[in-house]
Structures are given as C-alpha cells and as structure tokens.
Design a protein around this ligand. Sequence first.
Ligand code: ADP
Ligand code: ZN
Length: 711
Amino acid sequence: MSVLIPLALFTAYDYAVPEGLPLAPGDFVAVPLGRRTVMGVVWGDGDDSVPAAKLRAVEARLELPAMPEVSRRFIDWVANYCMAPIGSVLRMAMSVPEALEPEKPIKAWQLGDAESGKMTAVRQRVLTALENGPPLTSGDLARAASCTAGVVAEMARLGMLRAVALPARRPFGRPDADRPGPTLSEAQRAAVDALAPLTPGVTLLNGVTGSGKTEVYFEAIASCLRAGRQALVMLPEIALSAQWLGRFEERFGAAPAQWHSELTQAERRVTWRAVLDGEAKVVVGARSALFLPFADLGLIIVDEEHEPAFKQEDGVIYQARDMAVVRGHLAKIPVVLASATPSLESIVNTDQGRYRLLELPDRHGGAELPAVTLIDLRRDKPERQQWLSPSLIRAVNETLADQGQAILFLNRRGYAPLTLCRDCGHRMQCPNCTTWLVEHRYSARLQCHHCGYQIQMPKACPACQHEGTFAACGPGVERLAEEAALLFPNARRMVLTSDTVGGPKKATELIRMITEREVDLIIGTQIIAKGHHFPHLTLVGVVDADLGLSGGDLRAAERTYQLLHQVAGRAGRAERSGRVLIQTYDPARPVMEALKDHDQARFLKIEEEDRRQAGMPPFGRLAALIISGSDDGAVEKQVRMMAAHAPRVDGVSVLGPAPAPLAMLRGRHRRRFLVKCRRDVAPQGFIRQWLRGLKWPGDLRLQIDIDPYSF
Ligand code: ADP
Ligand code: ZN
C-alpha cells in the first residue's frame, strides 16, 4: 500500500502490509521512516512492481475513523493545482502532525498522601485548593494556590499529589438550530429561502455592511444542522472575531469549534478528532480549517470573501477562498461567499453564470450609509510635519463636541516608515530584506515588517556617528496618535494596531471598550476595518487614502476600495448617522469617486475593463516563480539558464526574470518570473514542462505561487 506522510514529500511511499492487518485507503497508520515511527494515511494501492520483501512494513493501524475520500481527493487536488508537496498539504489536515496519538488525555492532580512530605504554608494552600474540588492541571493548581509550578511538581514527587488523566475538555458545544433567530426582513427572507435547500453550487451573498448577511448565513447553517451535517465558516482573522463568536452563541446557544493557530496542542487534538468523528457540528476557522477531515461536511461559508488574508503566502501557497470553492465542488455541497465588497473574481463569476448572486441592497433597519466626502490634500493642507487637514480636524472636534466617537484610520504600523540621518542622509535599512526599518516609538525599536529583524533605536547614526540627527519620515499610527494628543488633548484616545492588540483576549477587551464608549477617538490600522459593529461611531477619517495605491499590485485599486469601504462601513451603523472623510492627493481617481458615490458597480466595471484589456486575472491566468538563494550570483546564473530553457507554448508568455518585489528577504536574494496564460491554458502544465530536469544546486530554492497576489 502507499502511505502518505505529513512531511514535505511529493509522493506517497510504499509499505508492505503485515498479514492480518486489514487496511483501506484513508486509514491512519503508524509507519517507520528512517529511525522514527511517524503517522501517515493510507493513500492507495501502491506500486505492485516492488516486491513486498523489499519494503518496510506498516507498524499499526491507528484507532481512528478513516480520512474520508473527499478529504483525500481534495488534498490531491490542492497539491496538484498549487504544485506543492502533497505531504505538506496533508500536514495541514492533521492535528499535531508529529504526534501518533491524536487525542491525549490531560494530566491533572488530586490529593495524594498528605503525610508523605513536610507541610508548609504554600503546600497547605495547594492541598486546600484541591479539597472538595475537581482535579486541576498544574497550571490551574499553581494559579489557585498562588505558587509556582515547581511547588506542584515537588509535591507530586513526594507523593503528596497524585496524577489522574482527565479526558481532554471539548472546547465547543452543541449548536441548536431550533432556537429562535431574529425576525428576518423581506430581503433576508428571500436570501434564506434561496440558501436553505442547500443545493450544491456557489452563491455570492453581496450586501452592504450592516445589511444582515451574517443572520442570513446563520439560517443556512441552521438548515445544515437540521440535516445532521457539519458546517464550516471561514473568517479571515479569527483572533479578531469575538463579536462574531458572541453572535453565534446567541443564535445557537453554544460555541462553535474553533480552528486557528492560537489553539493549544490539547485543543487541537480534541477538536481535530471531533471533526473527524462528526461530533463538532460547526467549525469556524481561518484558512487551514478547510483542510480538516470533516466526517460529513454539508456547507461552507466564506465570510469577507474578498479579504487578502485568505491567501496563504508561505509553506503551501494557496487562496483559501478559491480552494473552498473546489472543496465544495468535490463534496457536491453549497459554498456561500459573503462580502460587502466582493472580489472582482467573484463578481465576474456571477456575471458569467458560474456563481449565483444574492443581494441585500439595504442596511438592516433602514440605517443610512454614511455620507462620504473627499478632502483634497493639495488644497486643504495639513501643517508641516502633520497629517490631519483643517477640515478633518474640524470634523473630529465637532464629533467630540457632539458626544460622538471617531476613528482616524491609517494603515501603517509604527511611528514612521523611514528613519534617516539628517547629517549624512543614511537610511536605516533591514540587513536581511530590501526594506526600510520602521520606527516603533512605544517600544523604542526599529523593526523590519517582513522578517521580524529588530534593534534598539540607536543613539548615533551608524554611518556618520553623529548623535541626535535622526529624522522620522512619513506617518505611522503612533505618530498620528502623537498629533491627535496635541490636537484633541481632552479626548479619551486608543491606538489599535496589531502591535497594541497582541492576543485575542486583549483584542476582545479593546473592542469592548469601544462598543461601550469608554474611548472617544480611535487611531488604528486595518485591524479596525474588519467586521466590527461600533454603535457610537459617527466619524471615520481616512488619513492617507493613497497609501495602498503605489507599488506593483494588480489589485491595488480594488484593495483600496474594499479596505476604505469597510472602514467607512464602521460609521453610523446604529441610530446615529455617520460620515466619512477621506484625505487624498488624487480625488479624481475612479476608486475615490466610487467611494464617494457608493458606486461599487461602476468602479468594478472600470477595473474589469482594465484587466480584460491587459489579459490579467480573472481574464487570464498568472503564476509566479520565485528563485531565491543566499548567493546573488548563483541566483542570477540559475534564472539566466531558466530563461534560455523556457518552452514556447501558444497562449503562454513568460515575463522576467526581474528582481522579486522584495529583492532580498530574510537574507535571501530573490528573482522572479511571471507566467501569464490565456484563460484556457493552465500554467501548471507549462511550468512542469519547464522545470523538468532542472537542477537546484546549493541552497537555491524555487517557490511557485499560482494566482499570485502582489507583484
Ligand atoms: P452584515 O453581516 O451584512 O454586516 P449583520 O448581519 O452584522 O450585517 O447585521 C447588522 C446588524 O443588524 C447587526 O447588529 C444585526 O444584529 C442586526 N440585524 C441583522 N438582521 C436582523 C434582523 N433580521 N433582526 C434584527 N436585527 C438584525
Ligand atoms: Zn527584514
């Protein structure tokens, strides 16, 4: 039999099957690999031509339900499409890939023999914490007795505590479809009626922010639950979804199972097993949840389907929204893509009849869309070294006087994007990447946002050794906060960026402070744009709308539209109407006009036409090949050789080689080819032909990115 192992391997390996061990595809097995035993999945019959005597044997079949066939076909499909090692794709479908036992009991402590060690005040506290209560884990026990884990360990060694195995806690409940939901509006009802029969196929649920899309797809989930099947909800940023989770619990009376990178290993094991058993009925997760081995998946929802966060950029490079559509197709189940600002790809797919379109044109309860005004920065000039125009300052003051809440949005972390020496002109650059180091003043550090390199803010310029000559160039949120403190000293202010948020707990707390109106002025990055409902917010000021429009991104304008529209959508979601002020140097750009007029359709038409003309996605196909290595000369030689060997195929053109958008990243030099294909030609076949027989000497590496995002 062939067994696929969750490591970066391009094929499954053949193993002999010991007599009397019945195995079928999908079975989880333990197999020898080198000197280790690893977990794998039986993938197929294997290669008969190799005599069994030459093969190593499967060691055991694990006590687990088999991985369903559609999960396996999905893994095959993704590996093939993304040109990724199939073992790496399988890895995403495992709980804790290194572990052979997928569900480990949790070790906890109960009272042992109190006499067996010397009694001290601390030890007495530990014993008291366990008296009349359930067994506790080391961490919980140490917390309850305010002692260190060392005290617990020592007491266990002495026999004063005894270990027990607890079944791992299920971090989710059983959602109840039949609890009453809200009374739906007519438009919502129509959408629910269209979704509830759970007909296979893709539906785009396009509705302005606040139109009640979530309530609509909750009903689809309810219908899936009534059918006894599992549902998957994909959210772009699970750490920021406390509000969503709260609403889910309110509707279904129980928490969904969550799948994301913040889970502990124990939680991963339990959740994974419950998904495989079919016990976890609703799973909410980020990208990787898509690969879970669902026993019987009946519905996939992709919320905020336009979000770039669905694109995974390292390891297996894939677009989770697109792969969700594939998974739905393989399983013959419905997929719902929801957004207030759908991607051009999804819009074109509905225009061409591949996706069904459901629209919710109005905000729920008749709330108005906020009025959007463009501020022309060429006329309405901020003071020198400041970023807020007189009009925006006035608007913030009016809002504050009116007891409203305001957001100043700037999608840039840190204090300043560039630090240079005023004396010698030296610019502080990352030693590993072609980027400037970003000053973070709160932590007094310079940081690279690409590789994580950071240093203490130096006193003297490293080039000319002069002290106190650094100049901060351009704004970041921290600098904007400084300006806001000067201009609005009496406002209660909060800075919201991934640097101040940290983990999901802190995020929940900060969001709560906003919704309960404990702050007046929020200064934040895109982290505030996503999904939240801020009932008191009446003003959104976009500080630099042009920020995302430079650089070589095909989707720059689309992204800008989506992001700014989302931010704008935070305003005036409740009784109070909202307004949005957008600062730009180029108010005549179509994307700015579309934002002002709430005219998504017209904007998308212009974008669509541009892309059609250029043969760019979705009207053509694109793949990027990034060749990297620590030695620039070797990389250069490799790409020159590749360029000479590129096959000539009708409908395919190869652009490059050129320096990759980050010409150096994490100390590796990077060059790139773009493969541009006609819509009816698949780039994968071309690339396979091109790479055949190619050698990758030294530490040269190739990264293939099908449907690349930034270039
Ligand atoms: P969207 O997902 O389109 O942004 P939501 O589903 O979050 O919209 O709905 C926006 C607001 O309106 C939420 O506060 C939600 O609770 C409320 N809402 C939506 N539909 C209804 C309904 N049928 N009855 C009562 N409140 C609703
Ligand atoms: Zn770097």
